[in-house]
Write a protein that binds this ligand. Sequence first.
Ligand code: CP
Length: 309
Amino acid sequence: MHTLQFQGRDITSIEDFTREEINYILKISKTMEPIAKKGSDMLKGKILANLFFEPSTRTRLSFEAAMLKLGGSTIGFGDVENTSVKKGENLADTVRTVENYADIIALRHPLEGAAKLAAEFSKVPVINAGSGSEEHPTQALLDLYTIEKEKKKIDGLKIALVGDLRYGRTVHSLAYGLSQYNIELTLISPDSLRMRREVLRKIQTKIPVTETQNLEKIIPQIDVLYVTRIQKERFPDQAEYAKVKGVYRIDLETLSNAKKDLIILHPLPRVDEIAAEVDSTPQARYFQQVWNGIVVRMALLALVLGSIK
Ligand code: CP
């Protein structure tokens, strides 16, 4: 009998979870694989509110699909244009309204700290579906699930994160999550997009971390390459974006020196950082990663809503 407690919990940061809790979420996610194919009424009568103040394809639709596959329902918005936010309603009031309509809220917001603020005001659990450049904890959980599913382990791997490590929120959550495991982490980015210092300081106390700009030198050594988009929309100065646009591009030539069993992940959307020719290689796993988003979010909904203990 385990003593982990998920029911009623907010999920605002991956840092809220111990390694034991992450492992339990990954275990429950695996049990969701067959359920995702045949459906269930586990969450019948429950309602998820998707409040998306920023664009999304995968996170919003996979939360919605996850809830539907478990027999629940969804409400919400993917665009604030048609909501009372346009009349000046603030986040706290929006949340205190929506909690009357739903059992759980998934929130994506451009501001860092938005999920934590929403959780303070909400009577129902809040899941952070992406908060500015800060965090994207459910993406990190599906990334960890993908690594474990594909490599049959997480401990012992050499993992590299490449691209925009400053503005990309997924890499912040993933770095925190990976730091719970015995891995070696390499951070590959241009100088202006190095990993946020507060994240680096924390993870360096737990795992060996190397920073470099040289992808070619690192690629023969690594087991997992996690590629990210340069987050154009988050640059305060577009001239700075122009300097780093297209700085890393993974193509067949890049992979010529890679291990045969390297896996390439990407939270998506991609722009030009992975060439289309890579999609048909055995190393490409980013579309399998998309499927994993469903089962991990099913697990989270079932755990937080208490239908799985
Ligand atoms: N990975 C991810 O968060 O994708 P979306 O922005 O499409 O939700």
